[in-house]
Design a binder for this molecule. Structure first.
Ligand code: FES
Length: 157
C-alpha cells in the first residue's frame, strides 16, 4: 500500500514532525493534513503516517476513529454534519436530521448517489449556545430551522 501525498503535503508533514518533540502531539495535525489532502483518512494514509511518526498503524487508527472530525471513508462534495447532542437535541436536532435525511434521500452515514452530499449525525460541535447546529464542510450554521436548512442546501452548487 502506498499513498500519494503531494510534495507540499510531504513538506508540511516533515514540518509537523519536527515541530513536536512529543510524537504523540503530531498525530492530530498529521491526520488533519491527510484529510485535507484526500478528503478522508484512508488506510494507506494511516500506514504512511504511522511510519513517518514511528508508531504502529493501530495507534494512528485509534486516534482517527476516536475523533468524529476525521472521515474514515470518502465523503461527498458537501459533508453535512448535524449535532445530535443534548442542547441541539432539546431544540429538535433529531427532527432536523430526519428532515435532511428525507430531503437528500440518504440516512446518516450515507452519501447521495451523485456524490454531492454526505449526511452525518455528530456529537457536540461546541456551539451549544446557538443550537441546533450544523456544519457543512468548514462552515457552521446555527439556530437552525427546517426552512434555514432548505435554503442553505438548495443554494449549494
Ligand atoms: S450540543 Fe450541539 S453544539 Fe453542543
Amino acid at each position: 500500500m502506498s499513498v500519494a501525498f503531494s510534495d507540499a503535503a510531504r513538506s508540511e508533514l516533515e514540518r509537523i514532525r519536527s515541530r513536536y518533540p512529543d510524537r504523540e502531539a503530531a498525530i492530530l495535525p498529521a491526520l488533519h493534513l491527510a484529510q485535507r489532502e484526500f478528503g478522508y483518512v484512508s488506510d494507506e494514509a494511516i500506514v504512511y503516517l504511522a511510519d513517518l511518526l514511528g508508531f504502529a498503524p493501530a495507534r494512528i487508527e485509534g486516534v482517527a476513529t476516536f475523533y468524529t472530525m476525521y472521515n474514515r471513508k470518502p465523503v461527498g462534495k458537501y459533508h453535512v454534519q448535524i449535532c445530535r447532542n443534548i442542547s441541539c437535541s432539546l431544540l429538535g436536532a433529531e427532527h432536523l436530521i430526519e428532515h435532511v435525511s428525507k430531503k437528500l434521500g440518504v440516512r446518516p452515514g450515507e452519501t447521495t448517489p451523485d456524490g454531492k452530499f454526505t449526511l452525518t449525525a455528530v456529537e457536540c460541535l461546541g456551539s451549544c449556545g446557538t443550537a441546533p447546529v450544523m456544519q457543512v464542510n468548514d462552515d457552521y450554521h446555527e439556530s437552525l430551522t427546517e426552512e434555514k436548512i432548505d435554503a442553505l442546501l438548495d443554494r449549494l452548487p
